[in-house]
Design a binder for this molecule. Structure first.
Ligand SMILES: [Ca+2]
Length: 244
């Protein structure tokens, strides 16, 4: 009986097409702060380690909704996980690499990133610049919306993304509806005073002209903080959406 079960398991593992796994792989490592994701180490490539592929196959065979798996090189152990079953922060590189096996969308444009313990978000980072309204439409066409920094962890993730993809960025944040009242595109809520003080330069937003209704960074300054600027300014942008 045991042999039958083992044989069935082997068939099940072999039945998972390798190509299906390869396009799903996402690997992350930690930043210097030790608590936040810094970089996409490898994206959409081919795994060279048969142990990692085997771990992925185990995860996909164990959980219909395989979301992530941890392969620890030192101990050669594999820990598969279903959706959000990992309640801890990503492991350090020395501990192993956490692979998020679940794709954000069919096109593979979006990647899963950790926001905080047990929480991830799908983000798309633009390669080119656009005006606010065009960027907003692009994100909506992709089924998401412009990235918001409604919380400190989301602002930290924004900083981590910019560290990997340098440039001037905009947020999904405007006071176009009512001057001085800044609201997030994502849900229409008003920016908290805490986030206002965190993400803007001192004495900003200042509404220096009647057209400064959008929030952009300027890379000539050493800190990645925001100014209010005209919405027809060009900048890079990030789209966000929840995973499938
Ligand atoms: Ca304004």
């Amino acid at each position: 009986m045991l042999c039958v079960i083992l044989s069935a398991l082997v068939i099940l593992l072999n039945a998972v097409p390798t190509s299906q796994i390869q396009v799903r792989n996402r690997a992350f490592t930690r930043s210097q702060s030790g608590t936040q994701v810094l970089a996409i180490v490898r994206q959409g490539g081919t795994w060279t380690s048969s142990s990692v592929v085997s771990c992925a196959m185990t995860c996909l065979a164990t959980f219909e909704d395989c979301y992530s798996f941890l392969y620890q090189n030192a101990t050669k152990t594999c820990t598969p996980g279903s959706a959000f079953s990992f309640s801890e922060q990503p492991p350090s590189p020395a501990e192993g690499i956490l692979y998020l096996a679940k794709a954000c969308d069919q096109s593979q444009e979006f990647v899963n990133l950790w926001i905080s313990a047990g929480t991830t978000i799908c983000v798309y980072v633009s390669e080119t610049t656009a005006r606010y309204h065009d960027a907003k439409n692009i994100c909506q066409d992709k089924g998401g919306h412009l990235y918001g920094a409604q919380t400190l962890p989301k602002y930290q993730l924004f900083l981590d993304i910019v560290a990997v993809h340098p440039g001037d960025y905009m947020l999904g944040l405007t006071d176009v509806a009512q001057e001085g009242t800044w609201t997030w595109d994502a849900d229409g809520t008003e920016m908290s005073s805490e986030m206002r003080e965190t993400i803007f330069f001192a004495n900003e937003p200042n509404g220096a002209t009647s057209h400064e209704d959008c929030a952009f960074t300027k890379k000539q300054y050493t800190k990645t903080l925001f100014f209010d600027v005209a919405c027809n300014t060009h900048a890079k942008f990030i789209c966000e959406k929840h995973h499938m």
